[in-house]
Design a protein around this ligand. Sequence first.
Ligand SMILES: NC(=O)c1ccc[n+]([C@@H]2O[C@H](COP(=O)([O-])OP(=O)(O)OC[C@H]3O[C@@H](n4cnc5c(N)ncnc54)[C@H](O)[C@@H]3O)[C@@H](O)[C@H]2O)c1
Length: 366
Amino acid sequence: MSVSFEITSSIQNYRVEIANGLIRNYRPDTTDYVILCDAFFASALSLVHDKVIPIQVSESAKGLDQISSVIVSLKEVGALRKTLLIAVGGGVIQDIATFTSSIYMRGIPWIYLPTTLLGMVDSCIGGKSAINVGSYKNLVGNFYPPGKILIDPAAAETLGQEQLVAGLCEAAKICYARGRESFAEYLRLYGLHDQKLLGLQAIIELSLRSKKWFIEKDEFDRQERLLLNFGHTFGHAIEGAAGYRISHGVAVGVGMLAAVYLAGLLHGGSLPDRAQQLRTHILSLLNESAGLTDVMVSLSPLELFDRFEADKKHTDVCYTLIGLSASGDLQLLQLPKLPESRTLINQVFGEIVTNEFWERGFSPLE
Ligand SMILES: NC(=O)c1ccc[n+]([C@@H]2O[C@H](COP(=O)([O-])OP(=O)(O)OC[C@H]3O[C@@H](n4cnc5c(N)ncnc54)[C@H](O)[C@@H]3O)[C@@H](O)[C@H]2O)c1
């Protein structure tokens, strides 16, 4: 079954289409196009299309220095101002495609076919690019949404378990952020599909419709949309300290657990059922991500704190992150840069690198 809806944007409105087989059956409606893809798909795509630029996906592939070689490749295959760039891949390809198509010849049209679950449930809409500079993750970027997004849930069939977990962590986050009904519906759908692909289309649609509310209300990330950064301040520190051995969505999942733990400390140990449900669900998802505990217990709390402190969202005087209110709603949390706040954050990092945290389900509340 095919589902389609529109995203309103001040840059350009764009359509999202979700249906099995969209990638396999896709034929561009122009002859003037170039495909920028994850190298995983390069040989299959090269059988059908002439101009294919493959990228070996890694965090360093979306470094600012690497963008210039993508630009050179576009020039060498003859891309002009009206050439359509078709991006096929996960979040890394999306970030490269968004950024490159926004600056190549001052901007060319592009469309996106996400192939990771994270790309399908989350990053494909919203129009953001995030490019690494040196060792700093996502330090530069802009907004340049694609003209169209074609989501083929069947593309997720070849993903490993860690990638499925990563996508589900982000979907759970978005639905939780949207509110009680959305999160309850997510848990219901998750219960039905049990991580098998059949139910994925419904979860993708729910997650994107939930995210649509945030990006249409606050396209440029100034207020409501900031809530979608839940799990990210801890998550980016974890991802970086782990040397990107765990995928982005999984690190965000751990970051959400860290934020729930912090909420327990801040609110005297009690959290409402909804937050407990989130914690239980994320823990059970992360249990499916092989080797995560080994990576987590190898991390240094000191390094984690240093990376947390370097996050771009903090101000001179406050640590800024998305936390939980006593009633379980997400909220912007500003902790003064004082020894008490550092002690709290260090307590969270000290906890999540222990075997006990992962063995007992980590709760300070039980
Ligand atoms: N701009 C945004 O709004 C935004 C939002 C979230 C995340 N991101 C970024 O996205 C990146 C993470 O992206 P991701 O998790 O989608 O993964 P990815 O693009 O890093 O790909 C992960 C792995 O999956 C492989 N892969 C991709 N599709 C596959 C498929 N269908 N079958 C088998 N293997 C496949 C890739 O080759 C790679 O090895 C991070 O850099 C993160 O910062 C950007």
